[in-house]
Design a protein around this ligand. Structure first.
Ligand code: PHE
Length: 345
């Protein structure tokens, strides 16, 4: 080893140019790695005589330190320039605007109805939208050739079986499932989507929503039905609301009735919403037909009950005076935003 060896390495170090972290690592290996030039001098140093060691000990250590600090310096300049070229965040930029949704009018009405009946002690029951003929028709006392089973009204998923699979046309199917599975007495409301093969117009749609209710116990009478619906109507439409019942027909109730509420817009005087009658039709109801109770294994001599059903779109149309049912399905934000905090009429 000579002084020149040390000077040569120092000269190489002076000329060193590194552009990337990898260049620096290569240089470190070339000088200080196992087979590096500085390491080689140290290996030689170990074999030297004492005198030589005295002469070269200090400069050799200085060389090693110089190389090490040069490498450290290169490392820090490269990471600084990487940080400088990284895209800067402008902290003064305005944030992203999130558009907040609002509740759909049909959901608002459903929640109101569910809340009212919950206060009366009803539970909420749900069932499948794809149902079988038995739960939608058969168990509800529809005679085999009842017109509602006709292809005109029902969307069949697979027809032609003894028990065809179809899209439920009303949530009365959930009432059947409740009678099958719940112990007596039963007090349930069944909110849900229903499907009917109807031409879409301002007054009809092939998909809509219902809430149906069922109450079965000993000694349930028509007077109980009337009282439950009157209380519901007053909670829903205001304390002065009157109800009117007209005879009707449903296969699953006997007697059956169509229920109107007094028009809360003209208060009975007659307006274009109630078409001059002072009354608005809102639901169908009746005493559960004994055949329906027996079909689900309930003793119709001991138990009786009532059922009712209403369309949510219709109630929402009356509540907010919306004149076209199709608005509820088109998802126009301008329409949907009207409701969450809209005052009731
Ligand atoms: N299921 C009936 C319908 O969809 C409504 C109804 C329910 C009528 C319960 C009477 C009793 O039109």
């Amino acid at each position: 080893m000579t002084r020149e060896d040390i000077d040569r390495i120092l000269a190489e170090l002076g000329k060193l140019v590194c552009k990337t972290q990898k260049d620096i690592e290569d240089a470190r290996i070339a000088f200080l790695g196992k087979k590096g030039s500085v390491t080689a001098l140290f290996d030689e140093f170990r074999t030297m005589d004492k005198e030589f060691k005295k002469e070269f000990g200090k400069p050799l250590n200085e060389l090693k330190n110089t190389v090490q600090s040069k490498i450290d310096e290169l490392k820090s300049t490269i990471s600084e320039s990487a940080a400088a070229s990284a895209p800067k965040q402008d902290l003064s930029m305005p944030g992203d605007n999130f558009e907040l949704g609002s509740r759909h009018p049909v959901s608002i009405v459903r929640q109101e109805i569910v809340d009212i009946f919950r206060k009366f002690g009803y539970d909420v029951a749900e069932g499948p939208e794809i149902e079988d003929d038995y739960h939608v028709f058969e168990a509800l006392n529809f005679p085999p050739n009842h017109p509602a089973r006709d292809m005109q009204d029902t969307f069949f998923v697979s027809a032609g079986h003894l028990n065809p699979i179809l899209l439920r046309t009303h949530t009365s199917s959930v009432q059947v499932r409740s009678m099958e599975s719940m112990g007596l007495p039963i007090r349930v409301i069944c909110p849900g989507r229903v499907f009917r093969n109807e031409a879409i117009s301002a007054r009809a749609h092939c998909i809509f929503h219902q809430v149906e209710g069922l109450y079965i116990d000993e000694n349930v009478t028509f007077a109980d039905l009337k009282q439950a619906l009157l209380l519901f109507a007053r909670e829903m439409f205001g304390p002065d609301t009157q109800i009117r019942m007209r005879p009707s027909y449903f296969p699953f109730t006997e007697p059956s009735t169509e229920v109107d509420v007094s028009c809360n817009i003209c208060h009975g005087k007659g307006c274009n919403i109630c078409k001059g009658t002072g009354w608005l039709e809102i639901l169908g109801a009746g005493m559960v037909d004994p055949n329906v109770l027996e079909a689900s294994g309930i003793d119709s001599k001991k138990y009786s009950g009532f059922a009712f059903g209403m369309g949510l779109e219709r109630i929402a149309m009356l509540k907010w005076q919306v004149n076209d049912l199709r608005h509820y399905f088109e998802n126009d934000m301008r329409f949907l935003k009207e409701f969450d905090s809209a005052p009731e009429v």
